[in-house]
Design a protein around this ligand. Structure first.
Ligand code: ZN
Length: 330
């Protein structure tokens, strides 16, 4: 049996539809708030909702909210946006990269995780099995004590390094996967350490078809991508529109290279729009509509010119592949 877990309902894989695989909708990350980085706070649910509605008006149907507990999630606000827009939202249990843990724990979370000053102290104090139990509760009971459940489990690692505490969260997430069958998502910093993450997950006996690796396009290296694809994992190209990292031509070439090598069933696409200046209704950015309204037509045009069926690939990257990737397969 196979299903997808949105915040408030389990649905069939056919019901998911056109999906962005890695976004942030409402969050107030303590790490950035403490450093005065206001651009990184998506703190106005009304504005976030307007961008979600733009996505819907262009035919979008579902969004994976990749925000974990250590990034200032607002679960009730995101659920309300899901209800008011009709866009299905998948929530995320687990953890981010350790870089962000040196920040004050939100007061409201203390009854749930304990009286720790920082996320770092919390993760350091708990055993792997205690963290595993916490992740399982977020999938089976609800996120942060709400009734809204996670549809994937996440861990993250740093730039060209995996710290001991990151490895601890990776193992906790892997064990929570075995218990729940929730799909696994990983944060890679600038696309690094994917192979090392995979080796550690193998040591936890993870079937890699349950794994999607985020930010693969930050490391625009076709050979590296092929090594990852060979393991059966999904590669998330979620930096669409981030020209500061690479032009669209680079990302499209990487994607078509994987398609040419036979890995079109393992590609996910999204924008990781985690700044006010990326959102249209916060600060005049390209917005959540950009990929579906502007990038997709360009991709189809380029793919067709190179002899592929661009529309068929779009259907895979945004519908079929997310339905396979985000399924709980019991
Ligand atoms: Zn993200």
């Amino acid at each position: 049996m196979s299903f997808i877990r949105t915040l408030d309902a389990d649905i069939s894989t056919e019901q998911l539809g056109f999906t962005y695989s890695h976004e942030h909708i409402v969050c107030r990350p303590a790490y950035w708030a403490e450093r005065g980085a206001d651009d990184l706070l998506l703190d106005d649910p009304e504005k976030s909702k307007l961008d979600v509605l733009d996505f819907k008006h262009h035919g979008g149907q579902a969004i994976v909210d990749a925000t974990a507990i250590d990034y200032g999630r607002d679960v009730p606000a995101v659920h309300q946006i899901m209800q008011e827009t009709g866009i299905r939202i998948i929530g995320t249990a687990g953890f981010n990269k350790s870089f962000l843990w040196d920040a004050a724990v939100k007061e409201e979370l203390k009854p749930i995780i304990g009286d720790y000053k920082t996320y770092y102290e919390w993760i350091e104090a708990k055993s792997i099995n205690e963290l595993t139990d916490f992740v399982i509760r977020e999938v089976e009971e609800g996120l942060e004590g709400t009734p809204y459940k996670a549809g994937q489990v996440k861990f993250g690692t740093g730039y060209n390094r995996i710290s001991p505490l990151e490895e601890k969260t990776l193992r906790a997430v892997a064990r929570a996967h075995h218990e729940t069958k929730a799909p696994i998502h990983s944060h890679t910093e600038a696309g690094t350490m994917a192979i090392e993450q995979i080796e550690l997950l193998k040591s936890e006996n993870i079937d890699l078809s349950f794994l999607s690796l985020g930010h693969m396009d930050r490391n625009p290296d076709p050979y590296y991508h092929e090594q990852i694809a060979k393991t059966g994992a999904f590669l998330s190209f979620d930096g669409i529109a981030k020209i500061k990292y690479a032009p669209e031509s680079t990302r499209i070439a990487l994607i078509l290279d994987l398609v040419r090598k036979g890995y079109e069933d393992q590609i996910l696409i999204s924008g990781d729009t985690a700044r006010k200046t990326y959102y249209k209704h916060y600060d005049y950015g390209l917005g959540l509509e950009y990929i579906i309204a502007k990038w997709v037509p360009r991709f189809v045009d380029e793919a067709d010119k190179e002899g592929f069926d661009g529309q068929k690939l779009v259907e895979k990257f945004f519908v079929t592949n997310p339905a396979n990737c985000f399924a709980f397969k019991k």
